[in-house]
Design a protein around this ligand. Structure first.
Ligand code: C5P
Length: 217
């Protein structure tokens, strides 16, 4: 059972990371934060919570050369980097994966997104993206907690060896534990924790709700 906290809003998170460190499994750093504070800020935060999983959510979608350059700016400070799945393996995700492998870092690929508009194109492309994922075998896949059916499809297709992380719990409407029941390893929660008056209490409550839901899957 995993909980990752999405840190998106530009701001200072040193104190929050310290408080949440023993209560969550990791942190996902969004582009607004990384662009505002610079890639080195990821390293500064990481020093507050070294054993957590640190993921740079760059949502890369470019040719391999450019994705490598972009990922290379932050890779030393994180464990994993997120890229979009629709750009394909040849000349894109394959190159990025080889590059991250050479650094000892992990690639996480988006299979679909959590917002309603993902139904317009992303979900139609899912069969093709699953083929890409099967060939590429990334360490992790992002699949939406808001549509647990998609999480289940990814798990059944890719098997137990891939880490599935699911955003959409809380602010986007999915219940804590719903994606875990569908096969995800981690649920990603942003605003329901970071926008709460008491983020520590919010994270602890979400943990309890995950456990309760998981025991009744
Ligand atoms: O605040 P909230 O919990 O809705 O944040 C969800 C996080 O997950 C954001 O950082 C968003 O970028 C991310 N995300 C998503 N859907 C995806 C991939 C990432 O909502 N497919």
């Amino acid at each position: 059972m995993g909980l990752l906290v999405a840190l998106d809003r530009p701001g200072g998170y040193e104190e929050l990371v310290g408080k949440l460190c023993s209560r969550v499994d990791g942190f996902k750093l969004g582009l607004p934060l990384l662009m505002a504070r610079g890639p080195g800020y990821a390293g500064l935060l990481r020093r507050r919570c070294r054993d957590a999983l640190w993921v740079a959510d760059l949502k890369l979608a470019d040719i391999g050369y450019v994705m490598r350059l972009t990922a290379g700016l932050v890779a030393e400070h994180v464990d994993a980097v997120i890229a979009h799945g629709f750009v394909g393996v040849e000349g894109a995700l394959g190159e990025l994966k080889d590059y991250l492998d050479s650094l000892g870092k992990r690639l996480v690929v988006v299979a679909s997104m959590s917002h309603p508009g993902a139904r317009e194109a992303y979900d139609h492309a899912l069969p093709r993206i699953l083929e890409t994922l099967e060939r590429l075998r990334p360490w992790g896949v992002v699949a939406p907690a808001t549509r647990p059916g998609v999480v289940g499809i990814v798990r059944r297709r890719l098997g137990p060896g891939v880490a599935i992380m699911s955003p959409g719990v809380g602010a986007q409407g999915a219940e804590p534990g719903s994606a875990l029941c569908a096969g995800a390893d981690y649920e990603i929660v942003g605003r329901a924790i970071t926008g709460s008056g008491d983020p520590v209490e919010a994270a602890e409550r979400i943990r309890r709700e995950q456990e309760a839901r998981l025991s009744n899957c």
